[in-house]
Design a protein around this ligand. Structure first.
Ligand code: HEM
Length: 532
C-alpha cells in the first residue's frame, strides 16, 4: 500500500522509538500481556504512537469511537496487513483468514455463514457435552494416577490447560470435520501432532533479522505471497511438512463430504461444519463457489481458529475461579439449582441451550473472563484510503494541543489494543482493573459507543471480519465449564510450590509459570473430584 506523506501521525504521543527495531517487539518480552498497553493508555490517552522496524509509525487505538468508526462504519476500508496475510497463507493456504480484498472475504463468509447459524450451533450441544463428559472422566483418572497409592481427598496438581486443549481439539475435530483426533484418549495421531505444530509455528517470535525481513514483506506484491512458503530454512520447511499432512487429510474429508452431499438429501445430511459448508457451496452460484483448494484451507483455518482460542479462554476462567473461590461456589450453586430444576421438569436429562443461557452468573462470568483475559489482545489493520478518525475524548498531542480527530493517510498501520479497550474505567467502572463478574449482573457497564457484539467487548473483534465462531465458542464454553464445576473443585496449587502464573504472548495470550518458561504453556491447578 503506497503511503501518502500528507498526514503524518508524528504529533501523536508515545514512548521513544528506535528506527531499526521500532518498539513493537517489546510486546514479546512483557511479563504479562497488556502491561505495556495499560501503561501507555494511562500515560498518553486512548490513542498513542509506537514504531515498527524500519522507521514505520504505528497508531495504537483503544478509543471506542475510533473502534466503532473502523469496525462498524468503514466496511472493508481497513485491510489486513501483508505480514499477517503472508503468515496465514503460509500456514493454511487460501482460507477465509487469507482474503486480502473485501470481495474475496464476503464470498468466503457467505458460504460459511450457514454452518454457524443459531440452529446449527444448537445441534452441536450434545457433541460438546459428550466431550465435556469425556474430559471429566479423563481428568478424574489423571488425579487418581497422580495420587498413586496415597489415600488423599485433597486432590492433585494438574496442568489443566493441556486437558482443555485436548478437549477443544476433539470438539472442533468432531463438529467441524467429523474427524476423531482422539486427543483426550491421548492417542496422538499424525494429524493432531500436525495441528499442534501449526500452532507452535504460528507463535514463534521472530529474531530481529527475521523481523526486519518480515517488515520488508509489505513492499512485496501479494502475487508473490505463494512463494514465501518455499523459502529455505528450518522454520519454513517445518511449515511445509505440517501443511502437507493437514492438506492431505482435509482434502480426503472434503472429497468424502462432497460425494455425500451429491447423493444424500439435505435433511438427512450430516450436520458437521464441513458437510454444511460443502452443501452451501454446492448450492451457491458457480462463479461465487469456493474452490476445492479454498475448502481444504478452510478446514485447517477453522481448526486453528477454534481450538486454542477456546481452550485458553477456558484456562483463564479456571484460573480466576481458583483465585476467587467465592465466585466458584456461586457458579456451582447456580449449576446445581438448574440441575434440580431440570430433574424436576423431567423433560430432558442434559442441559439444553436454553438452560445454559438462563444462568445469569455463568453468563456474567464468561463475559468478565473475556474482558479481563482477551486471548487475542491486539489486532492489526492498514488504512485502505485516507480517513479521519473521530475521538471519543480530546487527546493531547506532543505540543500539548488538544485534538478531537486524527487525519490519517492511506497505508497507515493501526493496531487495536483490545486489552486496553477492555479496561477503560469510563466503560467498565472504576474497578476495571479487578476481576469481578458482578459488574455484568449489576448492570454497571455503561457503553456510550456500541463496539463488540458480545457484552460490548472487542474480544471477538467486531464488524464484517468479526469472529464467525463466537456463538459456537460460547455454547462450547458453557457446556465444558458447567460439567467441570459440577464435578471438580479447582484451587490454587499449594503455596509452597510458589507458582506465579504469567499472561504470556504466545501468539494468543497463554499462561506460563514464572521461572519455568522452558515448560511452555502451563497452568497448574489443584483439582479435587467432588462427590456426586
Ligand atoms: C474464545 C474463543 C474465541 C475468540 C476469543 C476468538 C476471537 C476472534 C477474533 C478476535 C477474530 C478476528 C481476527 C482478525 O480480525 O484478525 C476471530 C476471527 C475468526 N474466528 Fe474466532 N475466536 C474464538 C473462537 C472461535 C471458534 C470456536 C471458531 C470456529 C469454530 C472461530 C473461527 C474464527 C474464524 C473463521 C475467524 C475469521 C473470520 C473472518 O475473517 O471473517 N473462532 N476470532
Amino acid at each position: 500500500y503506497q503511503r501518502s506523506s500528507r498526514c503524518s501521525v508524528k504529533h501523536i504521543r508515545g514512548p521513544p522509538v528506535s528506527f531499526w527495531r521500532g518498539n513493537i517487539r517489546d510486546f514479546f518480552y512483557q511479563d504479562n500481556v497488556g502491561d505495556l498497553d495499560f501503561k501507555y493508555a494511562k500515560d498518553y490517552g486512548l490513542v498513542w504512537r509506537l514504531g515498527a522496524p524500519l522507521g514505520e509509525d504505528v497508531l495504537m487505538i483503544a478509543d471506542p469511537k475510533v473502534l466503532q468508526h473502523i469496525f462498524h462504519k468503514s466496511g472493508y476500508n481497513y485491510l489486513k496487513n501483508t505480514e499477517t496475510l503472508i503468515k496465514t497463507n503460509m500456514l493454511f493456504g487460501s482460507s477465509i483468514l487469507y482474503t486480502p480484498s473485501g470481495r474475496a472475504h464476503a464470498r468466503h463468509r457467505k458460504v460459511m455463514n450457514p454452518a454457524f447459524s443459531t440452529s446449527q450451533l444448537r445441534s452441536f450441544l450434545p457433541l460438546f457435552q459428550h466431550s465435556a463428559d469425556k474430559l471429566c472422566h479423563f481428568l478424574g483418572l489423571e488425579v487418581l494416577r497422580l495420587q498413586g497409592d496415597r489415600a488423599s481427598t485433597e486432590g492433585q496438581v494438574v496442568a489443566v490447560n493441556k486437558w482443555l486443549s485436548r478437549a477443544t481439539l476433539d470438539i472442533i475435530g468432531e463438529t467441524a470435520l467429523h474427524y476423531d483426533f482422539g486427543s483426550l484418549e491421548n492417542s496422538k495421531s499424525e494429524v493432531s501432532e500436525a495441528y499442534e505444530n501449526m500452532f507452535v509455528e504460528s507463535r514463534i517470535n521472530p529474531s530481529l533479522l527475521d523481523a526486519l525481513f518480515r517488515a520488508s514483506w509489505k513492499y512485496m506484491p501479494l502475487l508473490l505471497v505463494e512463494f514465501v512458503q518455499y523459502l529455505p530454512g528450518r522454520a519454513y520447511s517445518r511449515v511445509r511438512k505440517t501443511r502437507k499432512i493437514i492438506d492431505r487429510v482435509s482434502g480426503g474429508l472434503v472429497d468424502r463430504a462432497t460425494e455425500e452431499a451429491k447423493i444424500v438429501p439435505v435433511e438427512k445430511g450430516k450436520k458437521d461444519v464441513m458437510s454444511v459448508l460443502v452443501r452451501a457451496n454446492l448450492s451457491e452460484n458457480p462463479s461465487l463457489r469456493l474452490s476445492k483448494k479454498e475448502m481444504v484451507a478452510q478446514m485447517g483455518a477453522l481448526t486453528f481458529a477454534g481450538h486454542e482460542t477456546t481452550a485458553n479462554t477456558l484456562t483463564w476462567m479456571l484460573w480466576e475461579l481458583a483465585k476467587h473461590p467465592e465466585f466458584q461456589e456461586m457458579l456451582r450453586t447456580e449449576i446445581r439449582e438448574k440441575r434440580e430444576e431440570v430433574k424436576a421438569e423431567g423433560s430432558h436429562v442434559d442441559f439444553s441451550v436454553d438452560d445454559l443461557e438462563s444462568m445469569p452468573f455463568l453468563e456474567a462470568l464468561i463475559k468478565e473472563v473475556m474482558r479481563f483475559h482477551p486471548i487475542i489482545y491486539q489486532l492489526i489493520r492498514i488504512a485502505g484510503q485516507d480517513d479521519t478518525l473521530p475521538l471519543s475524548e480530546p487527546l493531547l498531542t506532543v505540543t500539548g494541543e488538544a485534538i478531537d480527530e486524527i487525519p490519517i493517510a492511506k497505508g497507515q498501520s493501526i493496531m487495536f489494543s483490545i486489552c486496553a479497550y477492555n479496561r477503560i474505567k469510563k466503560i467498565w467502572g472504576e474497578d476495571a482493573d479487578e476481576f469481578n463478574p458482578m459488574r455484568f449482573i449489576e448492570n454497571r457497564v455503561e457503553p456510550e459507543f456500541k463496539v463488540g457484539m458480545y457484552g460490548n467487548l472487542m474480544t471477538f473483534s467486531a464488524g464484517l471480519r468479526s469472529c464467525i465462531g463466537w456463538r459456537f465458542s460460547l455454547i462450547e464454553m458453557q457446556a465444558v465449564i458447567t460439567a467441570l464445576i459440577e464435578r471438580f473443585e479447582f484451587c490454587l496449587p499449594p503455596k509452597e510450590q510458589g507458582v506465579e502464573v504469567l499472561r504470556k504472548p504466545l501468539g494468543i495470550m497463554g499462561p506460563m509459570v514464572k521461572g519455568r518458561l522452558d515448560l511452555g504453556s502451563l497452568l497448574p491447578l489443584n483439582v479435587k473430584p467432588l462427590r456426586a
